[in-house]
Write a protein that binds this ligand. Structure first.
Ligand code: SF4
Ligand code: SF4
Ligand code: SF4
Ligand code: FES
Length: 805
């Protein structure tokens, strides 16, 4: 976790051991840091101390009535704590016996059996008889929704479920109803959760320490499951998930608390999205389209020979390769290598929507490189203070970011301004929600920048950024009253939003605090604007992105903890596939294709991979140098296909392309190719137009790494075998390249990462061995380095962007 402020430390004794922790750390957590476990039920990491179950009772020596709940009592300087004194144990035993009076104790039929905290604690405290008893109260299951059941007589009223729903998810779809023995957890008015604000994230099930909340899709004993820790493949937050399988079938995703960027929490897609792995519309076998249009399934040998033979005709500028943002780093590295070294084409890219293209291009222009985030997600727990959220619902598109923004609001009093044309729950929890008229989001941000400049509260340090004078002239021309007219947001509101972003207070009038303002960060989901055709509502994504990077630079928020600009892009490995060189003018690591020295390093590494004659019949040439002219940008590619310059392509599909066409202009062009290979896991609009369809293994079926939007490289692990004949991209490319005489075989993706670390300076410190201990933030220059969580200063070539620049 990124910490930035000096904290007061305290030292106490726990079981005779000196423990030093930041002041305010609860005894239970201090003990855990020292490797001492204290039993608990209502404690849940990242939630407020609740102190209701009292199972965590410990004894504080020298204090009257020394028994106290350790989860809600901070360790004091000089405090002496015994976690297992006879009195503490006796108290816990008594409390447990009280719970067991009314608890259902239907363990043989309870889903939670084997991982129930009450069961564990009963065993731990050796309770084999209970002197307290009365007839049990019992109630049937309540179906809260299609995925969630509640069983009252197992509920211990610890309120973990209601607290997680409110404090993390930011929803409050469930609440406590009634009192005393009749207390229960209830949905609003007892209606189905699907009719409430519930997001179906399943976190109420995940945190329930007993079997009161259960997963209606799950029907197994936990001890029959094999667990694999891996990374969710549904968005670029990069959440760590625990995939549990049995007989090669994924049965559920469970939660590794305090692991990963998500600390164990997930959204609905992370929780239940695994079910699509077993979807009947998976592609199981390679497919070939005959000249008469008929499609038949075939084996890998035949299809690989066919693909290699056809590609042999299209070496050079006739060839293009598009990765999916869901390819692993190793797959993307291999695909760009195949395109450059084997096919002699720099026309490589990701299959991007127009909004993604615009955000990427503008970010590259503003910072000199494309990074989805200049800062680290974990700063929301330590440094972020004033937060501007812009674009389509962050709640929907980057749920974990939304959780941690809500958490920062609740626990660190972060002040939030949301600019969005749609209403979602964070809008209600923000200090301000601004809903500009369609197409005017960029104007509103410019208005906020102008109000900040006009307030006279800036100290001028951001005047050093390139393009400062042009930007100053541009802002000077901004007419806030006219913006108010166009956006429908009053001048007063624009001013208040400016003050919240700069100073954390709507009515701030100065003076500028000594030492400057607290940090302000920007979170943008504008790259998601094409989904559901929302772009018209927001306006030009390039202009919005420019206005946001300008605002951050103007207020001196680049290069500081809690500041910066994040623009989540969508696909799980968007950042990684960019880093791996799936970009027409940059080699892996953002190295300019025209840089002879750097390109020479790649040529030397790859030229030895030519192993023999190509097994083709078409005069395909083995070239031992890399092409030097930049490839075509995505919008140029469509024109080049139309005009017959590009004739063949290798295109990877992904989750976002499953049902919709991401880029209509390009899609129409792809139909005109002489030869189109689509590699995908599902039938999609892309597979409909392909000459060859190759079945791709999903992230839960292969090894590799993803790089999350905040530049954290994390290990993707195969949890189950690939369905049917599906293969990873590395396996597929290795077979096709082999037919062309090029050895693109990596025994394991770890070997590809060894090569990446050697060739890509920003990944030089990444290795699979190191990844076993957790994610590694890039750029990371060496194995011993921590990685640069915050980019700014010399690491970015920041410039202001005005419409004229
Ligand atoms: S599924 Fe999520 S949003 Fe719905 S009630 Fe449970 S915790 Fe709340
Ligand atoms: S349902 Fe589970 S998490 Fe919620 S109060 Fe009951 S025992 Fe606690
Ligand atoms: S936030 Fe993204 S990465 Fe995390 S669980 Fe949800 S879909 Fe998966
Ligand atoms: S865990 Fe401390 S009171 Fe429940």
């Amino acid at each position: 976790m990124v910490t930035t402020t000096q904290q007061k430390m305290v030292t106490g004794k726990i079981n005779g051991q000196d423990v030093t922790v930041p002041a305010g750390t609860q005894i239970l957590e201090a003990a855990r840091l020292a490797g001492i476990e204290i039993p608990n039920l209502c404690f849940q990491p990242l939630l407020r101390p609740w102190g209701s179950c009292r199972i965590c009772t410990v004894e504080i020596l020298g204090r009257r009535g020394g028994l106290i709940e350790s989860c809600a009592t901070p360790l004091g300087d000089g405090m002496e704590v015994l976690t297992h004194s006879p009195d503490a144990l006796q108290a816990r035993l008594y409390i447990l016996q009280m719970y067991l009076i009314d608890h259902a104790l239907d363990c043989p039929t309870c889903d939670k059996s084997g991982e129930c905290y009450l069961q564990d604690n009963t065993y731990l405290h050796n309770i084999n008889a209970n002197p307290y008893r009365r007839p049990k109260f019992s109630q049937p299951y309540e179906h809260f929704s299609a995925t969630i059941d509640y069983k009252w007589d197992r509920c211990i009223m610890c309120n973990r479920c209601t607290r997680v729903c409110d404090e993390v998810i930011g929803v409050t779809a469930i609440e406590t109803a009634n009192r005393g023995l009749e207390a229960t957890i209830s949905t609003a008015f007892g209606i189905d959760l699907s009719e409430t604000s519930c997001t179906n994230c399943g976190m109420c099930i995940a945190v329930c320490p007993v079997g009161a909340f259960t997963d209606r899709h799950f029907g197994h004993h936990p001890w029959e499951l094999d667990a694999t820790e891996t990374i969710c493949g549904f968005c670029d937050n990069g959440c760590t998930i625990n995939v549990e399988s049995n007989k090669g079938i994924v049965r559920r995703v469970s939660h590794l608390w305090e692991r990963g960027v998500n600390h164990g929490y997930t959204c609905e897609k992370g929780k239940w999205g695994h079910e699509i792995i077993q979807s009947p519309d998976r592609i199981f076998y390679p497919r070939l389209r005959e000249q008469d249009g008929r499609v038949y399934e075939t084996g890998w040998d035949e299809i690989v020979a066919h693909v290699a033979d056809r590609f042999g005709h299209y070496q050079g500028s006739k060839f293009a390769a598009l990765a999916s943002g869901e390819n692993t780093n190793e797959e993307a590295f291999a695909l760009q290598q195949f395109s450059r070294a084997v096919m002699q084409s720099n026309t490589v890219n990701r299959l991007l929507s127009p909004a993604q293209m615009a955000v990427e291009r503008t970010t590259r222009q503003a910072f000199g490189l494309d990074v989805a985030s200049t800062n680290n997600l974990q700063e929301l727990f330590s440094a972020a203070k004033n937060i501007l959220v812009v674009g389509p619902s962050i709640f929907e598109h980057a749920p974990i970011v939304s959780y941690w923004i809500n958490h920062a609001r609740l626990y660190r009093e972060a002040r939030i301004v949301v600019i969005s044309t749609e209403h979602y729950l964070l809008c209600d929890r923000a200090v301000m929600w601004l809903k500009p008229n369609p197409g005017t989001t960029d104007l509103l941000i410019d208005g906020i920048a102008a109000e900040i400049v006009n307030s006279g509260l800036l100290s001028g340090e951001a005047d050093q950024v390139a393009g400062a004078s042009d930007y100053a002239a541009y802002v000077a021309e901004v007419d806030v009253a006219a913006i108010a007219e166009k956006t429908g947001i009053s001048v007063q509101q624009i001013h208040e939003a400016a003050m919240v972003f700069l100073a954390g207070e709507m009515d701030f009038v100065g003076p500028r605090p000594e030492g400057g303002f607290k940090p302000s960060s920007v979170f943008s989901t504008i790259a998601h604007g094409d989904e559901d055709g929302k772009m018209a509502e927001y306006g030009d994504p390039a202009r919005i992105t420019a206005a946001l990077t300008n605002l951050s630079a103007l207020t001196g928020n680049l290069g500081i903890a809690g500041g910066g600009v994040a623009s989540m892009r969508g696909p799980a490995n968007y950042q990684g596939t960019t880093d791996m060189g799936m970009v027409p003018d940059f080699l892996p690591g953002g190295i300019d294709i025209a840089d002879d020295t750097a390109r020479g390093r790649f040529e030397r590494a790859w030229s030895s991979r030519w192993i023999g004659q190509a097994i083709t019949s078409n005069g395909f040439a083995q070239v031992r140098s890399l092409p030097t002219t930049p490839g075509l940008e995505l919008d140029e590619l469509a024109d080049a296909i139309d005009s017959g310059v590009v004739k063949a392509a290798w295109v990877e599909g992904g989750f976002a392309t499953r049902h919709e066409v991401l880029n209509t202009r390009l899609y129409e062009a792809l139909k005109k190719l002489e030869f189109l290979v689509v590699v995908d896991a599902y039938d999609s609009p892309l597979t409909e137009i392909a000459d060859v369809v190759l079945p791709l293994a999903l992230n839960l079926e292969k090894d590799g790494t993803f790089t999350s939007y905040d530049r954290t490289v994390q290990r993707v692990r195969a949890a189950v075998p690939a369905m049917g004949e599906a293969r990873s991209e590395l396996q597929i490319l290795s077979a096709v390249a082999g037919r062309l005489g090029y050895d693109l075989t990596y025994g394991h993706p770890a070997q590809a990462m060894v090569e990446i670390a050697q060739l890509v300076p920003d990944y030089a410190g990444v290795s699979y061995a190191r990844l076993e201990r957790g994610g590694i933030v890039t750029p990371v220059a060496a194995f011993g380095d921590e990685g640069a969580t915050i980019l700014g200063g010399d690491r970015l070539h920041t410039q202001y962007i005005t419409p004229a620049s």
